[in-house]
Write a protein of this length. Structure first.
Length: 127
């Protein structure tokens, strides 16, 4: 495993832990505020989106429990922002049967889920 990927993987894993704490001890507005306030790095790192998404996928595999979509997406959005990518956490819902889902978009493109997820769920919030 190259050093840079390992470093991003460790950051992804700790972000999952951080948002696990937010999910357990806070409410949704606290998570929303945390993601919204994550600063975007000054200059985007070339090739950051696929590298960071791959590291987050790997961190979710090695995570000690199942990472929920909100936890995974909030952690990914903050990590992408750290690498200079203007990522958005998107929350959507469908009515029948009621379901909600979270994913990350960069330039209007879904990066951590299937591309059609934005068509299945009505967007409730972007941060």
């Amino acid at each position: 495993m190259p050093f840079l990927f390992l470093f991003i993987f460790i950051q992804a894993y700790f972000n999952l832990l951080l948002f696990e704490v937010y999910l357990r001890r806070s409410n949704f507005s606290r998570i929303h505020e945390r993601v919204r306030r994550c600063p975007v790095g000054r200059s985007p790192v070339p090739g950051a989106v696929p590298r960071v998404c791959q590291a987050m996928d790997m961190a979710c595999i090695w995570y000690w429990r199942e990472a929920l979509c909100l936890q995974r997406s909030a952690a990914l959005a903050c990590l992408l922002k750290r690498y200079g990518v203007a990522a958005q956490l998107v929350i959507g819902a469908q009515q029948m049967p009621f379901r909600s889902h979270a994913w990350v978009e960069v330039d209007g493109r879904v990066v951590n889920d299937k591309a059609y997820v934005a068509e299945v769920y009505a967007v409730l919030d972007r941060c």
